[in-house]
Design a protein. Structure first.
Ligand SMILES: C[S@@+](CC[C@H](N)C(=O)[O-])C[C@H]1O[C@@H](n2cnc3c(N)ncnc32)[C@H](O)[C@@H]1O
Length: 146
């Protein structure tokens, strides 16, 4: 159960009700900004995510549809294709507390906000971003298309 460890003990997790373990939010601050627990998300295609404020490439309608789609899978094993600036990866972590989250991205580039988020939440054992794997796949794909 999200917010609980393997013994069912409540764990302190940002974005979760510490008693019920249910995800808190999203709380919409305006049409483009929402919060899950203490983590804020803003709809934008620019880069600049931090561990406290993620840039997410989804509008409100998409975020709500996405949450409806993923909520049935708390604690699941998740593969996300397309990290961009880490917004939906952080959202998945906060809402689902997946037992494993592997997120792939074709584009090169460091993801300091997501890395910091992973460090601060102490979830490096469960969450991996695989920018290089995405790039290797693209190289392989380009090769096989020649
Ligand atoms: C719409 S953006 C992702 C948005 C992100 N999930 C979010 O909600 O903020 C799509 C991303 O998918 C990446 N992408 C597209 N095809 C991909 C593939 N086959 N493997 C990995 N990443 C891919 C693109 O580089 C781009 O960053």
């Amino acid at each position: 159960m999200p917010g609980h460890d393997s013994k069912g003990m409540a764990a302190t997790r940002t974005g979760f009700d510490q008693v019920s373990g249910a995800a808190v939010g999203p709380e919409w601050l305006d049409e483009r900004t929402f919060r899950v627990g203490t983590t804020e998300f803003v709809e934008t295609y620019t880069r600049g995510s931090t561990a406290e404020r993620f840039h997410i490439r989804k509008n409100r309608e998409m975020v709500e549809a996405y949450l409806d789609r993923i909520r049935p899978f708390p604690g699941g094993a998740v593969v996300e294709v397309g990290i961009a600036d880490g917004g939906s990866a952080a959202l998945i972590e906060l809402v689902l507390a997946p037992r494993k989250l592997v997120a792939l991205e074709l584009d090169a580039g460091p993801l300091p906000g997501l890395r910091d988020f992973i460090d601060r939440h102490g979830i490096g054992d469960r969450v991996r971003d695989r920018v290089r794997l995405g790039r290797a796949w693209r190289r392989h794909h380009a090769h096989t298309q020649q």
